[in-house]
Design a protein around this ligand. Sequence first.
Ligand code: 8GP
Length: 829
Amino acid sequence: IDRAIVEFEGDFFIKRFFVTDSHGNKIEDLENLERIKRALAEAIGGDGDGTVSVVKSTANRGIVVRRAGLVEGFGERKAKAERMFSLMDGFLKNDPFSLQKDILHHVEYTVARSRFNFDDYEAYQEGDAALGNGGLARFSACQMDSLATLDYPAWGYGLRYEYGLFRQIIVDGFQHEQPDYWLNFGNPWEIERIHVTYEVKFYGTVEDVDRNGEKHEVWIPGETVEAVAYDNPIPGYGTRNTINLRLWAAKPSNHFDLEAYNTGDYINSIVNRQRTESISNVLYPDDRSHQGKEMRLKQQYFFVSASLQDIIRRFKEAHNNFDELPEKVALHLNDTHPSLSIAEIMRILVDEEQLDWNKAWNIVCKIFSFTTHTVVAEGLEKIPTDLLGSLLPRHLQILYKINSNFMEELKKRIGLDYNRLSRMSIVEEGAVKSIRMANLSIICSHTVNGVSKLHSDTLKMRTFKDFYELWPEKFQYTTNGVTQRRWIVVSNPSLCALLSKWLGTEAWIRNADLLTGLRDHVDNTGFRHEWKMVKRLNKMRLAEYIETMSGVKVSLDAMFDVQVKRIHEYKRQLLNIFGIIHRYDCLKNMDKNDRTKVVPRVCIIGGKAAPGYEIAKKIIKLCHAVAEKINNDADIGDLLKLVFIPDYNVSVAEMVIPGADLSQHLSTAGHEASGTGSMKFLMNGCLLLATADGSTVEIIEEIGSDNLFLFGAKVQEVAELREKGGALKVPLQFARVLRMVRDGYFGDKDYFKSLCDTVEVGNDFYLLGSDFGSYLEAQAAADKAFVEPEKWTKMSILSAAGSGRFSSDRTIREYAERTWKIDPCQCPF
Ligand code: 8GP
């Protein structure tokens, strides 16, 4: 089809509509013409734009309709709009599962999209789609970008929360949480797929039924909710391939409660229907502990059930034998949030598809792989059986059966070692009987991944030692990465241009290994000059933002020293604040002449505390109290400033990271599974001050220990240091700083008491005291390097030059080849 011609009557009504081929002949017998007409009428009707052009189609590949002129004249948004439409094009064509019947739905949505007036959108700034908490979710976003760019036929699934992660506002130095209703003004980048819906069931009972003389359990659910798909196309870079992130929203089911209706309880049944919508309402803002909440469990099952129905439907459209499932489908459990899918897919295969249990189990064990993103066993998710049994009675039965089969097999392998059997069981007995989601995931997955080498060693030697001894071949590590497309190309355009210029190519955008080519230019003074200019430009941008947000004017000559991440005791923001207090104390006690030798610093801290995490909230308050004192001390001037950047999120990170000279990653060794912030800073030529934790160990291998400032106990020393307890040696400077806070030097002494108690000798689990000495040494080394700009610049260039390995492209390629065993699948045109 070449053209669609629309004749209007008045502004709103389509009088005549027809499509022509390239010779201008009318096409009459177009399948589904009626639908297209309706969609067009809807799209155009609203704003009376009479021209519709480019109705493009190939026999069975779908159709893209664009309103003429739509992508013209959108000012800054033009490029984005154009890209949006071209990616939609790719989206239609890149349909690895041949969804013939879905394709026509796209037509409607694509057309519906075109009702957007992008000019309106320019007026308001889109906020982040903050649909995750921190590192884990942001890592998934980078993975999606790499999957698309590397042409892997992948789908991402998640929940379309109406309220994303809370907005952090600071009042009097205290964190307050505000709802993030991000969909208020619509979301132009999603496609609502009102035809892609599934029923998700909850509660009810399990009943025995007779099937060919055999007894079978069947779930009779008590509540039904509808899951509606919202598609978020993710375009690959430098390829036509576009993949899909499908997010589910909960809507009341159309299955009306007839009984209630008949008994006259009409109002209540409407209210109950409405309540079901709340499932996808709000993201839980605690990124680590979330045990025993019914709504959270409902969210998990809602997400799992809708996604699996979608996956199985697509599979069944093209295949009729479940033996082929492992050939065609690889499901990756990104932490344990989706691990209920193991029970759900068993239920589908056994109860609905009537496969024999053992056959189903063999299939299921070939399709799952699992990555865990936590370090400590206490952080692993457990679901109380009472809760699970009431919400999903059939799934609890299935889990018990999986466990009892596993226990039988295990006894044959390891004998009657009851302690070990009980450690490895999926079911944890105790005061609150629970299901251990990690054990379930390991048992059912063919591969168990850590997110860095160190993390994987910890999993093998500590967290999952029993499982490692049983199945060493299952355990792998795939070090995390981040996408250079967002963290350089989008967030640091000046650096992007510089890299392409000196590398002589833009190919690094798809192949970050090419960044090593920067090493060839490190001795070129012209290059180093340009490198410094880029950093300065980004510092200006950041300085402006700081002034707008906090009113603090900062000097561009100062070292911009940044720590931005979720606030956690193990991430040790408190160590940073104590270091700043120490610096301030030294400045105050210093001879005025000596001050001229001091490197001026702008210390920047940002991050959200979980709303119920008291100690983390006190850390934020202390940061503000210290900032208040220092920033208002005229005697100190530009030598030291402390700024807390509120509401740290991806958009803020895009500005902060390129403008940083130094970035801090201070977790007690053995506590950060990987860390991905460090990789973003590294790519942006920012020097790291870090402990040998998570992926930093591998960063050192790439850039050499001379190019970063390392400090603190090594992972193998931590246990011994902890055992020393009250006998642990702590530097005098630490005791002094702690005393200042305790004595109320920064005010609020009673409020800070419990915070101070957490780092008192004998109670200092995260070892702030014992690491403080070497932390100060590393800080001094950073100061020393900063006063030699050429040396600093070389270190900065070599940091970026070594960052290629930490591209999520490498991560994804490793997952594809080793874990999922999938090949790229490029769209033919
Ligand atoms: C984070 C890890 O803390 C971080 O080190 C890692 O880089 C990131 O995952 C991506 O792998 N983990 C979490 O956010 C996390 O464990 N969240 C809880 C739900 C488990």
